[in-house]
Design a protein around this ligand. Structure first.
Ligand code: 3PG
Length: 307
Protein backbone atom coordinates (compact mmCIF):
# COMPACT_ATOMS: atom_id res chain seq x y z
CA UNK A 1 0.00 0.00 0.00
CA UNK A 2 1.16 3.56 -0.69
CA UNK A 3 1.26 6.11 2.13
CA UNK A 4 1.76 9.74 1.14
CA UNK A 5 2.94 12.47 3.49
CA UNK A 6 2.06 15.82 1.95
CA UNK A 7 2.84 18.89 4.05
CA UNK A 8 3.30 22.49 2.99
CA UNK A 9 5.01 23.18 6.33
CA UNK A 10 7.82 20.62 6.65
CA UNK A 11 8.19 18.33 9.65
CA UNK A 12 11.51 18.33 11.54
CA UNK A 13 13.98 15.98 9.76
CA UNK A 14 14.00 13.57 12.75
CA UNK A 15 10.22 13.26 12.45
CA UNK A 16 10.42 12.42 8.74
CA UNK A 17 13.06 9.80 9.51
CA UNK A 18 10.88 8.24 12.22
CA UNK A 19 7.85 8.22 9.88
CA UNK A 20 10.01 6.49 7.24
CA UNK A 21 11.14 3.86 9.73
CA UNK A 22 7.58 3.25 10.93
CA UNK A 23 6.20 2.87 7.40
CA UNK A 24 9.13 0.75 6.18
CA UNK A 25 8.75 -1.61 9.16
CA UNK A 26 5.08 -2.11 8.24
CA UNK A 27 5.94 -3.19 4.70
CA UNK A 28 4.08 -0.25 3.12
CA UNK A 29 5.60 2.26 0.69
CA UNK A 30 6.15 5.89 1.62
CA UNK A 31 6.30 9.05 -0.46
CA UNK A 32 7.07 12.36 1.23
CA UNK A 33 6.29 15.66 -0.50
CA UNK A 34 7.11 18.73 1.57
CA UNK A 35 6.51 22.33 0.52
CA UNK A 36 4.83 21.33 -2.76
CA UNK A 37 2.13 23.13 -4.76
CA UNK A 38 -1.46 21.99 -5.23
CA UNK A 39 -0.41 20.53 -8.60
CA UNK A 40 2.31 18.54 -6.83
CA UNK A 41 -0.30 17.36 -4.32
CA UNK A 42 -2.74 16.25 -7.04
CA UNK A 43 0.03 14.41 -8.91
CA UNK A 44 1.36 12.69 -5.77
CA UNK A 45 -2.12 11.39 -4.89
CA UNK A 46 -2.00 8.82 -7.73
CA UNK A 47 -2.13 5.36 -6.16
CA UNK A 48 -2.26 6.74 -2.58
CA UNK A 49 -4.07 4.51 -0.07
CA UNK A 50 -3.25 6.43 3.11
CA UNK A 51 -2.63 10.18 3.32
CA UNK A 52 -0.93 12.15 6.10
CA UNK A 53 -1.26 15.96 6.15
CA UNK A 54 -0.98 18.87 8.58
CA UNK A 55 -3.08 22.01 7.92
CA UNK A 56 -3.03 21.26 4.21
CA UNK A 57 -6.37 21.65 2.47
CA UNK A 58 -7.81 18.29 1.46
CA UNK A 59 -10.89 18.68 -0.72
CA UNK A 60 -12.85 16.38 -3.05
CA UNK A 61 -10.47 17.00 -5.97
CA UNK A 62 -7.47 15.87 -3.91
CA UNK A 63 -9.36 12.75 -2.80
CA UNK A 64 -10.47 11.97 -6.36
CA UNK A 65 -6.90 12.31 -7.64
CA UNK A 66 -6.29 8.92 -5.95
CA UNK A 67 -8.94 7.45 -8.28
CA UNK A 68 -10.71 5.41 -5.59
CA UNK A 69 -7.52 4.11 -3.94
CA UNK A 70 -7.66 6.48 -0.95
CA UNK A 71 -8.96 4.77 2.21
CA UNK A 72 -7.70 6.91 5.10
CA UNK A 73 -6.56 10.46 5.80
CA UNK A 74 -4.79 11.30 9.05
CA UNK A 75 -4.32 14.90 10.04
CA UNK A 76 -1.05 14.88 12.03
CA UNK A 77 -2.36 17.28 14.66
CA UNK A 78 -5.57 18.35 16.32
CA UNK A 79 -7.68 20.65 14.12
CA UNK A 80 -9.25 19.05 11.03
CA UNK A 81 -11.10 22.06 9.63
CA UNK A 82 -8.80 21.78 6.59
CA UNK A 83 -10.37 18.48 5.51
CA UNK A 84 -13.70 18.23 3.69
CA UNK A 85 -15.31 15.63 5.97
CA UNK A 86 -18.48 15.43 3.93
CA UNK A 87 -16.55 14.64 0.74
CA UNK A 88 -14.52 12.03 2.65
CA UNK A 89 -17.65 10.39 4.08
CA UNK A 90 -19.32 10.28 0.65
CA UNK A 91 -16.25 8.40 -0.60
CA UNK A 92 -16.07 6.17 2.51
CA UNK A 93 -12.66 7.56 3.41
CA UNK A 94 -11.87 7.48 7.13
CA UNK A 95 -10.53 10.77 8.54
CA UNK A 96 -8.64 10.80 11.84
CA UNK A 97 -6.61 13.32 13.83
CA UNK A 98 -3.87 12.60 16.40
CA UNK A 99 -5.27 14.11 19.61
CA UNK A 100 -2.79 15.33 22.20
CA UNK A 101 0.36 14.71 20.18
CA UNK A 102 1.27 18.36 19.66
CA UNK A 103 -0.63 20.01 22.50
CA UNK A 104 2.32 20.70 24.80
CA UNK A 105 4.07 22.58 22.01
CA UNK A 106 1.05 24.83 21.48
CA UNK A 107 0.64 25.40 25.22
CA UNK A 108 4.30 26.39 25.60
CA UNK A 109 3.91 28.91 22.79
CA UNK A 110 0.94 30.46 24.62
CA UNK A 111 3.28 31.40 27.45
CA UNK A 112 6.05 32.44 25.09
CA UNK A 113 3.59 34.92 23.62
CA UNK A 114 2.13 36.06 26.95
CA UNK A 115 5.55 36.80 28.44
CA UNK A 116 6.60 38.56 25.26
CA UNK A 117 3.57 40.87 25.41
CA UNK A 118 3.96 41.47 29.17
CA UNK A 119 7.57 42.50 28.56
CA UNK A 120 6.63 44.85 25.73
CA UNK A 121 8.10 42.61 23.06
CA UNK A 122 11.47 42.86 24.83
CA UNK A 123 11.94 46.55 23.99
CA UNK A 124 13.69 47.37 27.26
CA UNK A 125 10.72 49.18 28.87
CA UNK A 126 9.30 48.11 32.23
CA UNK A 127 6.65 45.38 31.88
CA UNK A 128 4.48 43.24 34.12
CA UNK A 129 4.56 39.74 35.63
CA UNK A 130 2.19 36.78 35.40
CA UNK A 131 2.26 35.79 39.08
CA UNK A 132 -1.12 36.38 40.74
CA UNK A 133 -2.80 37.34 37.47
CA UNK A 134 -5.83 35.47 36.16
CA UNK A 135 -6.03 33.35 33.05
CA UNK A 136 -9.22 32.29 31.29
CA UNK A 137 -8.91 29.19 29.12
CA UNK A 138 -11.58 28.95 26.43
CA UNK A 139 -11.99 25.21 25.70
CA UNK A 140 -10.48 22.66 28.05
CA UNK A 141 -9.24 20.02 25.63
CA UNK A 142 -5.69 18.71 25.34
CA UNK A 143 -4.13 22.13 24.70
CA UNK A 144 -6.25 23.88 27.33
CA UNK A 145 -5.19 21.34 29.95
CA UNK A 146 -1.53 21.81 29.14
CA UNK A 147 -1.99 25.57 29.35
CA UNK A 148 -3.50 25.15 32.83
CA UNK A 149 -0.62 22.91 33.93
CA UNK A 150 1.97 25.48 32.89
CA UNK A 151 -0.04 28.42 34.29
CA UNK A 152 0.19 26.86 37.74
CA UNK A 153 3.96 27.15 37.55
CA UNK A 154 3.51 30.90 37.01
CA UNK A 155 1.24 31.08 40.10
CA UNK A 156 -1.73 32.26 38.05
CA UNK A 157 -5.40 31.96 38.97
CA UNK A 158 -7.06 29.81 36.34
CA UNK A 159 -10.61 29.59 35.02
CA UNK A 160 -11.86 27.55 32.08
CA UNK A 161 -15.00 27.21 30.01
CA UNK A 162 -15.89 24.08 28.07
CA UNK A 163 -19.44 22.81 27.72
CA UNK A 164 -18.16 19.33 26.85
CA UNK A 165 -16.02 18.91 29.99
CA UNK A 166 -17.39 18.15 33.48
CA UNK A 167 -16.64 20.61 36.27
CA UNK A 168 -14.99 17.83 38.29
CA UNK A 169 -12.32 17.41 35.61
CA UNK A 170 -11.35 21.07 35.86
CA UNK A 171 -11.63 21.13 39.63
CA UNK A 172 -9.31 18.13 39.90
CA UNK A 173 -6.75 20.23 38.01
CA UNK A 174 -7.22 23.22 40.34
CA UNK A 175 -9.09 25.13 37.63
CA UNK A 176 -12.33 27.03 38.32
CA UNK A 177 -15.09 26.01 35.88
CA UNK A 178 -16.98 28.91 34.27
CA UNK A 179 -20.20 28.45 32.33
CA UNK A 180 -20.63 31.87 30.84
CA UNK A 181 -18.34 33.22 28.14
CA UNK A 182 -19.00 36.83 29.24
CA UNK A 183 -17.60 35.98 32.67
CA UNK A 184 -14.58 34.26 31.17
CA UNK A 185 -13.69 37.53 29.44
CA UNK A 186 -14.69 39.93 32.23
CA UNK A 187 -12.89 38.05 35.02
CA UNK A 188 -9.53 37.35 33.43
CA UNK A 189 -6.43 39.42 32.69
CA UNK A 190 -5.52 36.95 29.95
CA UNK A 191 -7.89 34.92 27.80
CA UNK A 192 -6.39 32.07 25.79
CA UNK A 193 -8.48 30.66 22.94
CA UNK A 194 -8.49 26.92 22.22
CA UNK A 195 -11.84 26.49 20.49
CA UNK A 196 -11.91 24.73 17.11
CA UNK A 197 -13.10 26.56 13.98
CA UNK A 198 -16.66 25.32 13.45
CA UNK A 199 -19.87 26.83 12.10
CA UNK A 200 -20.71 27.75 15.70
CA UNK A 201 -17.38 29.36 16.64
CA UNK A 202 -16.41 31.20 13.43
CA UNK A 203 -16.37 34.95 14.06
CA UNK A 204 -17.58 34.40 17.64
CA UNK A 205 -14.86 36.42 19.39
CA UNK A 206 -15.42 40.09 18.67
CA UNK A 207 -16.23 43.53 20.04
CA UNK A 208 -18.69 42.63 22.80
CA UNK A 209 -16.53 39.97 24.43
CA UNK A 210 -13.21 41.75 24.09
CA UNK A 211 -14.65 44.98 25.53
CA UNK A 212 -15.50 43.02 28.69
CA UNK A 213 -11.83 42.34 29.46
CA UNK A 214 -10.32 44.05 32.49
CA UNK A 215 -7.79 46.87 32.16
CA UNK A 216 -4.62 45.81 30.35
CA UNK A 217 -6.23 42.56 29.18
CA UNK A 218 -4.42 40.37 26.66
CA UNK A 219 -6.23 38.06 24.22
CA UNK A 220 -4.13 35.12 23.03
CA UNK A 221 -5.18 33.13 19.98
CA UNK A 222 -3.31 29.94 19.21
CA UNK A 223 -6.50 28.36 17.84
CA UNK A 224 -7.69 29.50 14.40
CA UNK A 225 -7.88 33.01 12.94
CA UNK A 226 -11.41 32.22 11.75
CA UNK A 227 -12.82 32.30 15.30
CA UNK A 228 -12.12 36.04 15.46
CA UNK A 229 -14.49 38.73 14.19
CA UNK A 230 -11.63 40.93 13.02
CA UNK A 231 -13.70 44.08 12.44
CA UNK A 232 -15.11 43.80 15.96
CA UNK A 233 -11.71 43.21 17.49
CA UNK A 234 -10.22 46.20 15.64
CA UNK A 235 -13.05 48.39 16.96
CA UNK A 236 -12.44 47.17 20.51
CA UNK A 237 -8.68 47.80 20.27
CA UNK A 238 -9.40 51.31 18.94
CA UNK A 239 -11.68 52.12 21.86
CA UNK A 240 -9.52 50.44 24.49
CA UNK A 241 -5.84 51.44 24.10
CA UNK A 242 -4.99 49.25 27.12
CA UNK A 243 -5.90 45.97 25.39
CA UNK A 244 -3.53 43.74 23.40
CA UNK A 245 -3.93 40.88 20.95
CA UNK A 246 -1.43 38.18 20.12
CA UNK A 247 -2.07 35.46 17.58
CA UNK A 248 -0.26 32.41 16.27
CA UNK A 249 -1.00 33.15 12.61
CA UNK A 250 -1.58 36.41 10.82
CA UNK A 251 -5.18 37.61 10.76
CA UNK A 252 -6.66 38.46 7.35
CA UNK A 253 -6.32 42.15 8.22
CA UNK A 254 -2.81 41.90 9.67
CA UNK A 255 -1.60 45.09 8.01
CA UNK A 256 -4.45 47.14 9.43
CA UNK A 257 -3.90 45.69 12.91
CA UNK A 258 -0.16 46.38 12.75
CA UNK A 259 -0.59 49.88 11.35
CA UNK A 260 -3.19 50.89 13.92
CA UNK A 261 -1.92 49.13 17.01
CA UNK A 262 1.86 48.68 16.49
CA UNK A 263 3.33 46.90 19.53
CA UNK A 264 -0.09 46.13 21.04
CA UNK A 265 -0.40 43.24 18.58
CA UNK A 266 1.91 40.43 17.54
CA UNK A 267 1.41 37.75 14.89
CA UNK A 268 3.59 34.81 13.90
CA UNK A 269 4.31 34.73 10.15
CA UNK A 270 3.10 31.12 9.91
CA UNK A 271 1.19 28.97 12.35
CA UNK A 272 3.96 27.67 14.57
CA UNK A 273 2.32 26.40 17.76
CA UNK A 274 2.98 22.80 16.78
CA UNK A 275 6.22 23.57 14.98
CA UNK A 276 8.68 21.84 17.32
CA UNK A 277 10.85 18.77 16.79
CA UNK A 278 9.00 16.97 19.58
CA UNK A 279 5.49 17.78 18.34
CA UNK A 280 6.44 16.90 14.74
CA UNK A 281 7.88 13.61 15.91
CA UNK A 282 4.93 12.69 18.12
CA UNK A 283 2.20 13.73 15.67
CA UNK A 284 4.05 12.37 12.62
CA UNK A 285 4.73 8.94 14.08
CA UNK A 286 1.22 8.70 15.56
CA UNK A 287 -0.24 9.59 12.15
CA UNK A 288 1.90 6.94 10.43
CA UNK A 289 0.90 4.31 12.99
CA UNK A 290 -2.79 5.21 12.64
CA UNK A 291 -2.71 5.04 8.83
CA UNK A 292 -0.95 1.67 8.96
CA UNK A 293 -3.38 0.27 11.55
CA UNK A 294 -6.39 1.44 9.55
CA UNK A 295 -5.11 -0.04 6.30
CA UNK A 296 -4.27 -3.32 8.06
CA UNK A 297 -7.18 -3.83 10.48
CA UNK A 298 -9.60 -0.93 10.05
CA UNK A 299 -8.41 0.62 13.35
CA UNK A 300 -10.39 3.87 13.65
CA UNK A 301 -10.20 5.04 17.27
CA UNK A 302 -9.75 8.72 16.36
CA UNK A 303 -12.11 8.83 13.40
CA UNK A 304 -13.78 12.26 13.14
CA UNK A 305 -16.19 11.61 10.24
CA UNK A 306 -19.02 9.13 9.82
CA UNK A 307 -20.10 6.94 6.91
C1 3PG B 1 -3.24 21.62 15.12
O1 3PG B 1 -4.42 21.79 14.83
O2 3PG B 1 -2.78 20.51 15.42
C2 3PG B 1 -2.32 22.80 15.20
O3 3PG B 1 -2.97 23.97 14.82
C3 3PG B 1 -1.05 22.62 14.40
O4 3PG B 1 -1.21 22.71 13.03
P1 3PG B 1 0.02 22.46 12.04
O5 3PG B 1 0.33 21.01 12.02
O6 3PG B 1 -0.44 22.94 10.71
O7 3PG B 1 1.19 23.25 12.53
Amino acid sequence: MKILVFTEKPFAPAAVKAIEQTVNASGNDLEVVEGGTREDFLAAMAGTNGLIVRSDKVDAAIMDAAKGDLKVIVRAGAGYDNIDLEAASERKICVMNTPGQNSNAVAELVFGMIVMMCRNQYNGKSGTELRGKSLGIYAYGQVGRNVARIAKGFDMKIEALDKFVDDVVMEADGVKPIHDVDRLFSENDFVSLHIPATAETRGSIGYDLVMKMPKNGVLINTARKEVIDEAGLIKALEERPDLRYVSDIKPDNAEEFEKKFATRVFFTPKKMGAQTAEANFNAGVAAAEQVIAYLKDGWDKYQVNKF
